[in-house]
Ligand binder design. Structure first.
Ligand code: FMN
Length: 180
């Protein structure tokens, strides 16, 4: 898919088939995650790749009902920030760097035919703490988001975004030129 097509067609996919995702596909998705920009090139992110069904369910339980897509996901990537690597003058940039990594992985997965949805974790303290406990994360590693993934239950879901919907998303009143 062309980059522009990929970006404008992407949509969240929350229902998946049981088809597993091959290791080479997982590695491509992770490579995309580590290909984005980061503040002072700190690359202050880390990923926990989960394919074990039991663990996926525990991640769902850690985050509650908004994370329901994990119940039939075949893969989840917990995107984390690594405070030991973040820019010392402004550590909060880790949040932006982790977001870029997550979005790049979401787009790459979509391009590879893997449906996915971003599940919010940070800054919801309870979810953050539950995931720290579940994965026994070191003190410098902060859970940021989860990408719940799987091949779509219905392949048509990947291409459901109509030209009309794409046009609707381009909202002129969000745009200001030269002045507010
Ligand atoms: C920070 C963030 C948190 C999100 N959290 C959830 C979530 O907990 N559960 C969920 O089903 N979708 C979640 N989403 C996905 C959004 O609901 C989705 O992107 C939005 O409705 C637009 O739909 P689209 O992705 O199909 O364009 C989240 C997205 C972002 C960026």
């Amino acid at each position: 898919m062309e980059t522009f097509e990929l970006i404008t067609n992407r949509r969240s996919i929350r229902r998946y088939s049981s088809q597993p995702i091959r290791e080479e596909v997982v590695n491509k998705i992770l490579q995309a995650g580590m290909s984005g920009p980061s503040c002072v090139n700190a690359r202050d992110y880390a990923f926990v790749v989960v394919q074990d069904k039991q663990k996926l369910l525990q991640m769902f339980e850690a985050c509650g009902s908004p994370a329901a897509p994990l119940k039939d996901a075949t893969l989840a990537i917990l995107v984390c920030g690594d405070l030991n690597r973040s820019f010392s003058m402004a550590k909060d940039y880790w949040i932006i760097d982790a977001s870029i990594a997550a979005q790049n992985m979401s787009l790459a997965a979509y391009d590879l035919g893997v449906g996915n949805v971003w599940l919010g974790v940070w800054p919801q303290d309870e979810r953050v703490q539950n995931l720290i406990d579940l994965f026994d994360l070191p003190a410098n590693i902060i859970p940021h988001s989860i990408l719940s993934m799987g091949y779509p239950e219905d392949d048509r879901d990947m291409h459901m975004l109509s030209e009309e919907r794409k046009r609707e998303k381009f909202e002129q009143d969000r745009i200001h030129r030269e002045k507010w």
